[in-house]
Structures are given as C-alpha cells and as structure tokens.
Design a binder for this molecule. Structure first.
Ligand code: ACO
Length: 311
C-alpha cells in the first residue's frame, strides 16, 4: 500500500509587501535583501485557517473529490490561530471534511513530516488524506527587527492524497531533529521570532544535505537522477549551497521565495505547485522534497511524480 497525489492547491493573501515597502520603515535596502536572501516580496494577511481553507478547497476541487470522502486532514503550521482548539478544527468544519484532523508543528519541516505521516496512514487503512501547510508568520514577526522582518511571509499549500494498492509515489524519506539547537530560532509564547541567522544558515545547509543524501541512498537513487529539488524556501544561498554539495544543478531547484519569502510549512507545497504550473514535471520524474526549520527539525521525501492522477 502507498500514496498517490490526486490534487494540489495554494493560497496567498492579496496584500503584497515589497522590499521597497520595507525600506520605508527599516534600515535596509532592496539590494541587501535580494543579495543576502533572494527575496523580493512577500504576501501578508488573513488568518492561518483562512489561508488553509483556500489552499485546501483549491486542492479538493482540482482532485475532484467530495470533501466528505476525506478520512483525515493534517494541517502543518507553526502559527496556529489559537492555542486551543487546533486550527485544523476550523479548517475541517469550513471545508466539510469527513474523518478527523489535527495540527502538526515541526516548523519548516512540517509539510514533509505531515506527508510522511499521511503515507503511513494510507498504508494502514485511511483512503484519502488532505495535507495542508499554512502559515501567518507575519504575526510572529517583529516588524522593527531588520534581522527577521525581511525574511518571512504568509501563505499555504495543500495536497490531496489517496491510498493505492502498490508502493505508491513516496519512495523513501528521512525525518530528524536536533533539539539542542532549539535556541537559535525561537519565538516565546506571545513573543516574536528571534534568530541567530548565521548559525541557522550553517546548520540548515548541513541538515538539508545530510537528510537529502540519506533519502536518496535509501531509494538507491543518485542526485543527478533528480528532476526537481523542492527545498524549504528560506534563502536562495542556502538552497544553492545545498545543491552544490549534493551535485544538483541550481536550475533543478523549485523556487518561489523571491515572491513569497519564507512561509515555513507552506513553502514546499507553494514551490511544488509553482513548478507543476510551469510544466516542469512529467510522469516518472523523481522529485525530492527537503525541509528544515526551528527545533532544528528536518525532513526529506522522495516522490515519483505522476502527471495525471488518472493515468
Ligand atoms: N538589511 C541590511 N543589513 C542587515 C539586515 C537587513 N535586513 N539584516 C542584517 N543586516 C546587517 C547585519 O546587522 C550585519 O551588519 P554588521 O556586519 O555591521 O554586524 C550585516 O548585515 C551582515 O549580517 P549577517 O547576519 O552576517 O548576514 P548574512 O549574510 O548571514 O545574512 C540572513 C543574514 C539573510 C538572515 C542569513 O543569515 C540567513 O538567511 N540565515 C538563515 C535564516 C533562515 O533560514 N531562517 C529560517 C529557517 S527555519 C524557518 O524558516 C523557521
């Protein structure tokens, strides 16, 4: 038993904040932000539930499945709307889903954690699972702190998954955590994100490369066989440094961070759907998702793409 991807969708709030907008309130420049991060703009606004509902609805409609036929929904988010109940309760109700739902907080690796969990559940009885990554990092951002304010944005992405009798599309995976590094990127309850950028950068490249390598080795796949790397969208320089060490050409990485900023658990589905929309994937292409985030968490998953779910 395994999983098949039936549909996908994304959501971004309407309001766009450009680097030029940030120049008005912060001691920063478009040039600095683009050179150091690759980010040109970010979308801001709405609640996490609203973004998750939009992304989930779009994926369900593309998959042409009845929301009530969903067995389980997993919402990856670091920015829930309330402490209790889980944001997934709101999303589940508005989408009219069947089965249960819960939130997962594994920071920017949350979408990969959720995908791997869904794969396991589809192999043990679940029929259809909706996985959503949705974030409103704008609410956790101190807009007076130039070290972090230029990096983050809001957004969401979703996949509808179905159980299939064969091995399915997920070929291998790797999840991990080094909690001794939890102080380098954190937000206290009611507080803002604080980050040691240089330390996060260094560790991010290392864990991305190590996790991707373990995932490829498990499936006996070489890096040069990867058609598309879908990395967490934190910083173009982290992505390019990881590509260099993995032996993956830069143009094989899916990129949306220039227009979305870092959207944590939403960034991998946003980048994946952008690549699909640009015709970058064909049946049987190998796609490697790789995320890392606060904790530090990391997670990779190797997927064999299937262009049309009905093929
Ligand atoms: N505009 C202008 N100057 C700035 C800004 C800014 N927005 N921010 C910092 N600077 C200054 C610093 O104060 C420093 O000045 P100094 O030399 O006088 O002290 C100088 O620019 C260089 O600062 P560095 O921190 O060395 O810059 P760096 O090249 O490391 O880039 C960045 C900073 C972009 C934050 C980088 O370290 C990075 O991307 N780190 C990883 C961040 C990340 O991925 N976070 C999230 C991952 S997990 C998750 O998503 C939850």
């Amino acid at each position: 038993m395994g999983m098949r991807i039936l549909g996908w969708g994304t959501a971004l709030p309407d309001r766009v904040v450009t680097n030029a907008d940030l120049e008005k309130t912060l001691d920063t420049s478009d040039e600095w932000i683009v050179e150091r991060s690759g980010i040109r703009q970010r979308h801001i606004g709405e609640s996490t539930a609203e973004i998750a509902i939009d992304a989930g609805r779009s994926a369900l409609s593309q998959a042409k499945v009845d929301p009530a036929s969903i067995d389980l929904m997993i919402l990856a988010t670091t920015t829930p709307d309330q402490s209790v109940p889980a944001t997934s309760a709101h999303v589940h109700h508005e989408l009219g889903l069947g089965g249960g739902a819960f939130d997962v907080n594994a920071a920017c690796a949350g979408f990969v954690y959720s995908l791997v969990m869904a794969n396991g559940l589809l192999g043990s009885g679940a029929k259809r699972i909706l996985v959503i990554g949705a974030e409103t990092l704008s609410g956790l951002t101190d807009w007076n702190d130039r070290n972090t304010a230029v990096l983050f944005g809001d957004g969401g992405g979703a996949l509808v998954l179905e159980s299939v009798p064969d091995e399915g599309q997920l070929l291998s995976w790797d999840l991990g955590l080094d909690g001794s590094a939890r102080h380098i990127l954190h937000a206290d309850l009611g507080g803002f994100i604080r980050m040691d950028g240089r330390e996060v950068f260094k560790r991010a490249v290392r864990v991305l490369v190590d996790s991707a390598t373990r995932t490829l080795e498990q499936a006996k796949v070489r890096a040069d066989e990867i058609k598309l790397l879908v990395p967490h969208q934190a910083n173009i320089r982290i992505i390019q440094a990881a590509c260099d060490r993995l032996g993956i050409e830069h143009d094989r990485a899916a990129l949306v961070l220039h227009r979305t900023g870092n959207t944590s658990s939403a960034s991998i589905p946003l980048a994946l759907v952008d690549a699909i929309d640009h015709g970058r994937l064909e049946s049987d292409d190998l796609v490697l998702f790789s995320g890392f985030g606060a904790g530090m968490t990391w997670g990779s998953a190797l997927i064999r793409w299937q262009a049309e779910p009905d093929e």
